[in-house]
Design a protein around this ligand. Structure first.
Ligand SMILES: *Cc1c(COP(=O)(O)O)cnc(C)c1O
Length: 363
């Protein structure tokens, strides 16, 4: 295992080493089954045990109310950009989107195809470098629902407190910060997240929802695109992403052993603070994001006001020093360090030390 590097990828992200090791140990023979999870019927007793355990772990760790449905779907968060408006749009009642970056832009494009979309607030004019203030959010009181993105993976902002939408259902894309911190699930009517940033491999999408919302959709829609199909079959209308679900169960076990969400939240905050302090301590580095809205998952920064040659050197030299994927998103430039739940203190300390050293040599 000594050849593993420090992986700062924004997605798919690093997974906890103990999880990967357990998956390796169980790969060809899971428990007493005599077969791999990949070879198991999704209707078998063994797999039923796995998916039920995964759901129970998620419910326990997130504090999901009993009357919410938990679904394991495919198609990524990107399919949810379409499925949510298809299923939750009420004719004549607009979908309100709080526009905070590239991922809400993609969501808006899908809402536009099937529903009347309203922008309830946007910080696009400021390059999304901050989130809208509560007084800037203008909701339509008849909105079908409100969509927001809890952590903006690309621009590096993250909601600390969520807007109160009253009676209007609040939908959140939590792809890049699900289970990274304590939240009150009952504030949301629907939460979705691709698993591959914080809780597992790609191929599984988690949907947590008030099941009554699944009844809004016309039954004439394709079966697979109706939430009710998956609610009514406990995510086994067809073959779910079995191995991915199993991997999430291992991540839930790991998270529990680490002290659960409160403990991981503290660690995430400490790691983020270490990097933001390293950035703020000097004029050599600069974070474009308003301090109060900075993400604890994706730390974005520029070097010497966006000196691209220097940033390129930073990426190359950090890679040579055993740190991968620090290049910023192609639309943003600069540097991005993704420090999801599985990121180790050792990796973040190594990066902070490297930043000081790089500045000393180039500052
Ligand atoms: C990565 C990401 C997505 C896209 O997820 P896919 O599973 O690739 O479709 C959507 N929203 C956010 C916030 C993301 O970080």
């Amino acid at each position: 295992m000594l050849d593993r590097i420090f992986n700062f990828s924004a997605g798919p992200g690093a997974l906890p080493l103990p999880v990967l090791e357990q998956a390796r140990d169980e790969l060809v023979n899971f428990g007493d089954s005599g077969m791999s999870v990949m070879e198991m019927s999704h209707r078998s007793q063994d797999f039923t045990g796995i998916i039920e355990k995964t759901e129970a772990g998620l419910r326990e760790l997130m504090g999901i109310p009993d009357d919410y449905a938990v679904l394991f779907l495919q198609g990524g968060a990107s399919l949810q950009f379409a499925m949510v408006p298809m299923n939750l749009y009420l004719q004549g009642n607009p979908v309100d989107v709080i526009h905070t970056g590239v991922w809400t832009k993609k969501a808006i494009a899908e809402v536009d195809k099937v529903a009347a979309c309203r922008i309830a607030a946007s910080t696009e004019a400021e390059n999304f470098a901050r989130l809208p203030r509560p007084d800037e959010i203008k909701l339509d009181e008849n909105a079908s629902y409100v969509h927001l993105c809890s952590n903006n993976t690309i621009v590096g902002t993250q909601w600390r407190t969520f807007p109160n939408t009253g009676e209007i259902p609040l939908v959140a894309d939590m792809s890049s910060d699900i289970l990274s911190r304590q939240i009150d699930v009952s504030q949301f009517s629907l939460i979705f997240a691709g698993a591959q940033k914080n809780i597992g491999p790609s191929g599984v999408t988690i949907v947590i929802m008030r099941p009554e919302l699944a009844e809004r959709a016309p039954k004439t829609y394709p079966t697979m695109l109706q939430y009710r199909t998956h609610v009514n079959t406990q995510s086994r209308f067809n073959t779910p992403p079995t191995f991915g679900v199993y991997m999430i169960s291992l991540v839930m076990d790991w998270l529990e052993a680490e002290g659960g969400v409160p403990a991981i939240e503290q660690r995430n905050e400490a790691q983020a603070n270490l990097l933001y302090n390293a950035i703020d301590d000097t004029d050599f580095y600069a974070c474009p994001v308003a301090e109060k809205d900075r993400s604890r998952m994706n730390v974005v920064f520029r070097i010497r006001d966006g000196d691209e040659a220097l940033e390129k050197r930073f990426v190359e030299e950090s890679a040579a020093a055993g740190m991968s994927n620090l290049k910023g998103h192609r639309s943003m430039g600069g540097i991005r360090a993704s420090i999801y739940n599985a990121q180790t203190d050792e990796a973040v300390n190594t990066l902070a030390d490297f930043m000081k050293d790089f500045e000393a040599r180039n500052g």
